[in-house]
Write a protein that binds this ligand. Structure first.
Ligand code: GDP
Ligand code: K
Ligand code: MG
Length: 292
């Protein structure tokens, strides 16, 4: 008997969805930062054993769209409700109870089992946690509730065990040696974007998209050429920085991350280009892989 299923991870920005995904998958497939909107796509990570194949999907945080880009991000989250065999709704002790009632309503009325994971319990005390659990029982009565700490790996094994019980008998959906549905280039863009989010202040990093123009793997080195797309000339200046110093620093950090990810030496070149108002332009968003 072989089990196989889709386990989809949704919730508000910054509650720890990507940290949890990496913990469940056992690989760093999703970029984690303390900034909201780090994850823009739906990213799958696949766990294989002889007996089962679990396909985890990390999604962008559920937020009210201000840009076409954010509409697409919300689409990724809503589509994750549709094809889940198990839904992991992640919240944390900081956001208390969720603000997005519309999304919660959809979660409450879906067919698949829902595990409500209250993350970051390292940041609270038992009394507050119990109060929070009581509030969630009212908001999502159908969900099973698990307090966890993705960062400290607390209670993750319990959640894994429960997931395994819940996924159905089924042949595998992907090759048994697949680790993700994403090509190598995708991880490069995500890693660079993660570094940009951490390095620059305020709005600038959110108006950035990264395109990998070249990814050439040779015996001892991977040659990568990446384009950083911004919306305005002023942003281009900020990204590059005085005498190119900012871009150099970000490039060095991103290169190290990429080397770690692929376990190989990397030569990384980065260029900056202005595409006016790309976050609102359909054709550009499509080219970047967003579904509209
Ligand atoms: P996402 O936006 O929901 O994907 O959240 P991330 O996984 O990117 O995490 C957002 C921030 O929360 C990061 O700074 C994480 O290190 C932090 N974080 C995630 N899990 C925990 C946890 O269990 N405890 C604490 N204290 N911080 C956490
Ligand atoms: K985040
Ligand atoms: Mg994320």
């Amino acid at each position: 008997m072989h089990k196989s299923g889709f386990v989809n991870i949704v919730g508000n920005p910054n509650v720890g969805k990507s940290t949890l995904t990496n913990e469940l998958v056992g690989e760093k497939i999703s970029v984690i930062t303390s900034k909201a909107q780090t994850t823009r796509h739906r990213i799958m990570g696949i766990v294989n054993t002889e007996e089962y194949q679990i396909v985890y999907s990390d999604t962008p945080g559920v937020l009210r769209p201000n840009y076409k880009l954010q509409e697409s991000m919300l689409n990724f989250s809503e589509s994750a409700l549709g094809d889940a065999d198990v839904l992991l709704y992640v919240t944390d002790v900081i956001e208390k109870t969720s603000k997005n009632e519309e999304f919660l309503h959809k979660v409450q009325h879906m067919d698949a089992p829902v595990l409500l994971l209250i993350n970051k319990i390292d940041q609270t005390n038992q009394k507050d946690l119990i109060t929070l659990i009581e509030e969630w029982k009212v908001l999502l009565p159908k969900a099973e509730i698990y307090p966890i700490s993705a960062l400290n790996k607390f209670n993750i094994d319990t959640v894994k065990k429960r997931i395994l019980e819940l996924i159905p008998e089924s042949p595998p959906y992907f090759e048994k040696d697949a680790m993700t549905d994403r090509p190598a280039r995708f991880f490069v863009t995500e890693i660079i974007r993660g570094r940009i989010l951490l390095y620059y202040q305020k709005e600038v990093p959110y108006s950035v998209e990264v395109v990998v123009e070249e990814f050439k793997e040779e015996k001892d080195i991977i040659n990568i050429r990446a384009l950083i797309i911004v919306e305005r000339d002023s942003q281009k200046g900020i990204i590059i920085g005085n005498k190119g110093l900012a871009l150099k620093k970000v490039g060095a950090m991103a290169r190290k991350d990429i080397e770690k990810f692929f376990d190989k030496k990397v030569f990384l070149q980065m260029f900056v280009k202005v595409e006016k108002d790309w976050r609102n332009r359909d054709n550009i968003l499509r080219n970047f892989g967003y579904r509209l």
